[in-house]
Design a protein around this ligand. Sequence first.
Ligand code: IPE
Ligand code: IPE
Ligand code: MG
Length: 253
Amino acid sequence: MSLLQAIQSGKVPAHVAVIMDGNGRWAQARGLERAQGHVEGVKAVRRIAEAACKAGVRYLTLYAFSTENWDRPRGEVDALMGLLVSCLHEEMPLFMKNGIRLRIIGQVGSFSPQVRQAMDEALRQTEGNTRMDLVLALSYSARWELTEVVREAAVRAASGDLRPQDISSRTIDGLLATSFMPDPDLLVRTGGEQRVSNFLLWQIAYSEMYFTPVFWPDFTEEMFYESIASFQNRERRFGKVPEPGRPLKADKA
Ligand code: IPE
Ligand code: IPE
Ligand code: MG
């Protein structure tokens, strides 16, 4: 049995979130410009998006550009923007063939009109696809997202639409940029760092974490399936105690 078949015989995580890290170091280790690592990184995005579809993942969220990444050297940011635009055009056949609906979470207003136009076009073209949502976190940071939630709640409270005593964690879920999908079951980070770097801080409260030293451009389909196999070997307790013979429900706490 292949690893893909093995994981398909178990419970496949509905939502996998990935911190795609290590492009720059991948390039530097080869004496190349960091931007070259991002070019290779796009190939890995294609590979893993298809692998996730095959495995039966319903939501794949990729951390592609953080709010803090704007502070990188101008040349690197420009290279990333160029890649983003070309990727949104060139990967359209892949999205359509695999039934992938593109979504974007992040501060889209901070992108140039050219980038926003490419985003709008890709969102519109794929909005009828239903097999998997590919969620790109772009100019995203969890603290930005949570600040927006607080601001929106305050606006609604001030206008009388929301009573402070009615604010619950569900209210917050509903105001997040990720309100259309469940929390990640599995969070994968490539590139060797064991940190979250301002990604989905609220939503990963009970996500299983998987860290690998492999740089993102080297991350293969098989390695992605290994992360799912690791997920399947864990017992999610959500703070509870398992009763003998009655496994805990692996849904949201
Ligand atoms: C991740 O790779 C991609 C982005 C943040 C855009 P990095 O560019 O952070 O690569 P390293 O971590 O420097 O190797
Ligand atoms: C996290 O990687 C952001 C993305 C993968 C887009 P970074 O390389 O920006 O994070 P740090 O600097 O290692 O925390
Ligand atoms: Mg990095």
